[in-house]
Design a protein around this ligand. Structure first.
Ligand code: FES
Length: 99
């Protein structure tokens, strides 16, 4: 169950992305943060203690929402819009954290 629940604007165009290997349907205009938190309870794991994080400021200032492409590009979840075919991982390539 996701942390976010979509209440409106459900008629936007669907955008399929991949999150940690799972195919997920987002909507055009969603940020990665919205897309991920609509399907999961947390956005990523904290790099220091492995705790679940969901973002903090929602305005591209705190970097609590960092996620990565499968090729290692770092993205801010709160300010990056979904694009068809994006392949996202929620754990950084430099510091993999065991669950
Ligand atoms: S939630 Fe703070 S930078 Fe994205």
């Amino acid at each position: 169950m996701g942390r976010f629940h979509r209440l409106g604007e459900t008629d936007r165009a669907p955008v399929r992305i991949e999150i940690d290997g799972a195919s997920v349907l987002a909507l055009a205009g969603d940020t990665l943060q919205v897309a991920i938190l609509t399907h999961a309870g947390s956005l990523r794991r904290n790099e220091f203690d492995g705790g679940p994080r969901a973002g903090f400021c929602l305005m591209a200032a705190c970097q609590d929402c960092l996620v990565w492409t499968v090729t290692g590009e770092q993205l801010r979840g709160c300010s990056t819009e979904v694009e068809q075919g994006m392949r996202i991982v929620t754990r950084g390539p430099a510091w993999q954290i065991e669950p």
